[in-house]
Design a protein around this ligand. Structure first.
Ligand code: NDP
Ligand code: 2IT
Length: 445
């Protein structure tokens, strides 16, 4: 039995109740196996066996009081996965579905994504099974304060630097930062995604969505000698990543025809323009309402409880959540002429869906590469905090653009070196090499 398969079998038997984690490890291991087999140092030093095991996991109780005076309890987590190339870095997710399987898959992928950015950040992820939907601002604040009361014991600007993810945006980062500052009595860059007046980086809110579209542009330029200008784009989600992917796509002359949330999707044949997007941002970020309101206002179609993958498009950008694009969706996209799929969300495509897309020569950008812009600008926020400086919007945006260009180039280099023949394998191998070599140089870690 090959070394890589042995490790995968161990992961499956040790974590049999963690399907998302097993899925992420399977995707990773199957795409790097021939590279690992060719380089015996990795098996000799059991690098893979070490990489799949998190360095540390913290699980804790989060007690808080709701507006009716009831005592509520949630479960909080931080997975400190790998610190080979820098302090643990990765988002916090607040969603009722949060469990260890989901956070381990996210933390595992974060290791390689962060390595691809070229910045010194290890991999981590955390969150809670708290549902911010329908909660008052005060309830969210009390929850965040209680969550940080415990988390503050385990993080720090040189140790572990969390940020946002699903259900955690500017509001939550603000409440958590305030609590950290009170407990520690120090003002440090312990979180990223902060408000710009108190240490946040310009372009951090935009970074994941902008970076995703920059990566798609790179793929179009390199493979098709064309651009996304004039292309029809289907986007899922309507949160942070989806909104700014939509904004950049509009700016570059593409036509965005769908957005969604967990209740369904809107289909606007005319395309979402910047005024309509402004309305969506108000709807979601200030009023915290559903995307179906858009269909009422602009008199277009709202399709309940469905994802947008049956709508004919040139490019699909899944930007909501894991496993939202399945094998049947991939087939439907191909049938309708889709030429490129890029993952704004983490693991939005199932492994079978990815196989179908690759077999049919659809340009496919895995999340580790395509959505790395968010954490990349988080890395730039950490640099600015250390320097006690703020860079301009243009400066950060141009750094983001060159990081996305470099990630694309690193993938192409792997393909040219004949290590692999698609972006999935290329991104995994490029990320793995960096982590594995750092671990080898650091001895038995
Ligand atoms: P937000 O909370 O801002 O938005 C999430 C969006 O996805 C909402 O429209 C939400 O709809 C939808 N969604 C969430 N869960 C589900 C579900 N189970 N089924 C259907 N729709 C769902 O999160 P982000 O935009 O920040 O994150 C979106 C994705 O991008 C996630 O996979 C995240 O891990 C990934 N990502 C985020 C980065 C960042 O910087 N924020 C960086 C890189 C990746 P509803 O409101 O109905 O729940
Ligand atoms: O999945 C991700 O890369 C994020 N949620 C962003 C992490 C970060 O630290 O900015």
């Amino acid at each position: 039995m090959s070394y890589t398969y042995t490790i995968f079998k161990q992961v499956k038997s040790k974590n049999s109740h963690e399907p998302e984690f097993i899925q992420a490890v399977e995707e990773f291991i199957t795409s790097i196996d021939s590279f690992v087999d060719k380089n015996s140092i990795y098996s000799k030093l059991n690098i893979l066996g070490r990489i799949v095991e998190p360095e540390r996991i913290i699980v804790f109780r989060v007690p808080w009081i709701d507006d009716n005076g009831h005592f509520q309890i949630n479960r909080g987590f931080r997975v400190q996965y790998n610190s080979a190339i820098g302090p643990y870095k990765g988002g916090l997710r607040f969603h009722p579905s949060v469990n260890l399987s989901i956070l381990k898959f996210l933390g595992f992928e974060q290791i390689f994504k962060n390595a691809l950015t070229g910045l010194p950040m290890g991999g981590g992820k955390g969150g809670a099974d708290f549902d911010p939907k329908g909660k008052s601002d005060n309830e969210v604040m009390r929850f965040c304060q209680s969550f940080m009361t415990e988390l503050s014991k385990h993080i720090g600007p040189n140790l572990d630097v969390p940020a946002g993810d699903i259900g955690v945006g500017a509001r939550e980062i603000g409440y958590m930062f305030g609590q950290y500052k009170r407990i520690k009595n120090e003002f440090t860059g312990v979180l990223t995604g902060k408000g710009h007046d108190w240490g946040g980086s310009l372009i951090r809110p935009e970074a994941t969505g902008f970076g995703l579209v920059y990566f798609v542009e790179e793929m179009f330029n390199y493979n098709l000698d064309s651009s996304i200008k004039g292309k029809k784009i289907a986007i899922s989600g309507s949160g942070n990543v989806a909104q700014y992917a939509c904004a950049k796509a509009i700016e570059l002359g593409a036509k965005v025809i769908t957005l969604s949330d967990s209740s369904g999707y809107i289909y606007d044949k005319e395309g979402i323009d910047s005024d309509k997007l402004k309305y969506i941002m108000e709807l979601k970020n200030i009023n915290r309402l559903r995307i179906s309101e858009y269909a009422k206002k602009y008199n277009c179609q709202f399709v309940k409880n469905k994802t947008p993958w049956s709508v004919a498009c040139d490019v699909a950008l899944p930007c909501a959540t894991q496993n939202e694009l399945m094998e049947s969706d991939a087939k439907e996209l191909i049938k309708n002429g889709c030429v490129a799929v890029a993952e704004g969300a983490n693991m939005p495509c199932t492994n079978h869906a990815v196989d179908i897309l690759l077999e049919n020569k659809v340009l496919f950008a895995p999340g580790k590469a395509a959505n790395a812009g968010g954490v990349a600008v988080s890395g730039l926020e950490m640099s600015q905090n250390s320097l006690r400086l703020n860079w301009s919007r243009e400066e950060v945006d141009s750094k983001l653009k060159s990081i996305m260009h470099k990630i694309h180039q690193d993938c192409i280099n792997e393909i040219r070196n004949k290590e692999c023949d698609n972006y999935v394998e290329a991104a995994n191998i490029a990320g793995f090499k960096k982590i594995a070599n750092s671990m080898i140089e650091q001895g038995l870690v």
